[in-house]
Design a protein around this ligand. Structure first.
Ligand code: CTP
Ligand code: MG
Length: 186
């Protein structure tokens, strides 16, 4: 019985560890975001904004840099705590890029979809709002770094991430709202 708890605990920690660069990219986009929007204020053929003012260059680039930096720190500390790493040099750059850039690409795609179906900036799109960045990171990894992905992610890790992310996302967004970085607490 105790073994099961221990195994599950390790699985949860490993899952959060593996997806952390994507989490950090997504959270830092909120912290450092602002200024020029990624779509430069342009509208799509439907007359609505391409992405909206919630997607900025500062958020995108800052998020990618912070996400990848955290991943580098993790890579160099993984061995000492016996946690999975993000591959060897130079592979880890590709893996971390997939996690950080993939996460924020998922977020951009979500905003594009929201604008097309008439949801204003900051409007809710349940499930997709919470899992956009995880889906983006997974998709980039599957396409660009499938061998690392399948060596490190088991179906258990994926299930844990899909369940834990909406919970953590909710907590982070309430925190972001409280410190005035988000207009709405979701
Ligand atoms: N943010 C940013 N640049 C990004 C992503 C996020 O500047 N690439 C910042 C914006 O200030 C944004 C906030 O983080 O308002 C919260 O992000 P998110 O919830 O993804 O954006 P929303 O404002 O809800 O816009 P949308 O409806 O398009 O999702
Ligand atoms: Mg939002």
């Amino acid at each position: 019985m105790l073994e099961i708890f221990k195994e599950t605990g390790i699985l949860i920690l490993e899952s959060l560890w593996l997806i952390l660069p994507a989490y950090v990219a997504n959270s830092f986009a909120v912290i450092v975001g602002g200024g020029k929007p990624v779509d430069f204020g342009k509208k799509f053929v439907d007359g609505k904004r391409l992405l909206g003012d919630g997607k900025t260059w500062k958020g995108l680039i800052g998020g990618i840099i912070f996400g990848m930096c955290i991943g580098l720190v993790q890579t160099y500390s993984a061995d000492s705590i016996a946690f999975p790493n993000f591959g060897f040099f130079p592979i880890f750059f590709l893996v971390l890029f997939c996690l950080a850039f993939g996460a924020l690409s998922g977020d951009l795609c979500k905003s594009f979809i929201k604008r097309r179906i008439n949801i204003e900036r900051g409007g809710k799109l349940p499930v997709i709002d919470q899992l956009d960045f995880v889906a983006g990171a997974f998709l980039f990894l599957l396409i660009l770094s499938p061998s690392w992905f399948f060596q490190n992610f088991t179906v258990y890790h994926i299930i844990i991430i899909l369940v834990a992310t909406p919970l953590l996302h909710r907590i982070m967004n309430i925190a972001g709202y409280k410190v005035g970085k988000k207009k709405v607490p979701w």
